[in-house]
Ligand binder design. Structure first.
Ligand SMILES: [Zn+2]
Length: 86
């Protein structure tokens, strides 16, 4: 299919695809923004659903840390998780 094919009057396929892309972009952006915001800034806040209680055997720090990061936020020692929150 040639992008210069005229669909009706002077509207070409290329121009139509451009406007379809614009409309899709306008429709998608508000949905994407919160996702992007979460992706960029969301990791700073620790979601308690994905954390485990952790007591550092090295420095004695206690608190909730990410399930996936088992390092002490205070002394950076990797230590065993003491127990699950749930
Ligand atoms: Zn520690």
């Amino acid at each position: 299919m040639n992008l210069d094919t005229i669909v009706f009057n002077d509207i070409t396929v290329g121009r139509m695809l451009f406007w379809v892309a614009v409309v899709v972009a306008i429709y998608m952006v508000p949905k994407m923004v919160p996702k992007l915001y979460k992706l960029i800034f969301g990791k700073k806040k620790v979601n308690l659903q994905h954390t485990v209680y952790f007591a550092c055997s090295n420095c004695g720090w206690e608190g909730h840390i990410s399930k996936f990061g088992t390092r002490c936020p205070k002394c950076d020692a990797s230590a065993a998780i003491s127990g699950e929150t749930d």
